[in-house]
Design a protein around this ligand. Structure first.
Ligand SMILES: CC(C)(COP(=O)(O)OP(=O)(O)OC[C@H]1O[C@@H](n2cnc3c(N)ncnc32)[C@H](O)[C@@H]1OP(=O)(O)O)[C@@H](O)C(=O)NCCC(=O)NCCS
Length: 225
């Protein structure tokens, strides 16, 4: 049996992505969304994520990033300026993207994929934790050597699962990931399974943000071109 081709994922600082340009590749709908951000830093994160997802697709298909047209559609309201992203004219390609303050992530592959990146905040929000973690997860986070990193670990996994339709925002406690490792060493991608999903975890070496990708194929973390 042949191994399915991996899903490709990229994570980087917003500034690192934008240093290579690419903002001009965004569609009018994306530029309008970007322009609606009041804060320059949020706009930069949005643009960088939408550039990075084009780089992922370009790497997957071996085409120039300029050939990739990203579209979105919201299943809730039908609008085409937000919601699940997809690649125009390439329905067989699956994509996902995420932005947080100062960092962005994206993925492209031949199988469903969801990614999330989240900055590790300065303090834990007990109310949020109780809302989104199962009892087992909550206990593991509280007992972890680094509870903030342990919380972000579960949070990005759950958000990535939302993006593939395997979890729901209002019922995150029901998605119990306490069987997955609580500790992920900084700078080393770690793999786990939450059937049928392959989970890839990553914590940046400077310990500023956590990242997770879930896909039915293995995910390969590649350096942004
Ligand atoms: C999907 C969701 C959990 C991600 O939110 P988040 O973690 O705060 O933000 P992230 O930066 O990690 O991810 C945002 C990206 O997820 C993608 N996304 C949005 N909805 C998505 C969906 N249903 N499925 C997969 N991906 C989705 C978009 O590309 C979005 O990027 P953009 O805002 O730059 O276009 C959040 O958007 C959500 O809960 N959406 C459902 C509610 C909704 O659709 N509200 C609008 C109704 S009109």
């Amino acid at each position: 049996m042949t191994t399915p081709p991996p899903t490709l994922a990229m994570v980087d600082d917003t500034a690192g992505v934008l240093a290579h340009g690419g903002g001009e590749l965004l569609t009018d709908a994306e530029l309008a969304r970007a322009g609606a951000y009041r804060r320059e830093v949020d706009r930069a994160d949005y643009v960088a994520a939408h550039v990075l997802v084009r780089r992922c697709v370009a790497a997957l298909l071996d085409v120039p990033a300029g050939d990739v047209v990203l579209r979105q559609r919201c299943a809730g309201c039908g609008a085409t300026d937000h919601g699940r992203p997809y690649v125009q004219d390439r329905p067989e390609v699956h994509v996902s993207l995420s932005h947080t303050r100062g960092a962005v992530a994206a993925a492209a592959g031949w199988a469903p994929v969801g990614v999330d990146v989240e900055a590790i905040g300065r303090q834990l929000d007990d109310g949020l934790m109780a809302k989104v973690l199962s009892d087992g997860e909550l206990e593991a986070v509280r007992n972890a050597g680094d509870p903030r990193a342990a919380f972000i670990r579960q949070w990005v996994r759950k958000e990535a699962l939302i993006k593939v339709g395997a979890a729901s925002l209002g019922r995150l406690r029901d998605t119990d990931l306490s069987g997955l490792p609580a500790h992920v060493p900084a700078g080393t991608p770690e793999r786990a399974r939450f059937d049928p999903w392959h989970v890839l975890d990553w914590l940046d070496p400077a310990h500023r943000y956590g990242f997770a990708a879930v896909s039915t194929h293995q995910t390969r973390l590649v350096t942004p071109a």
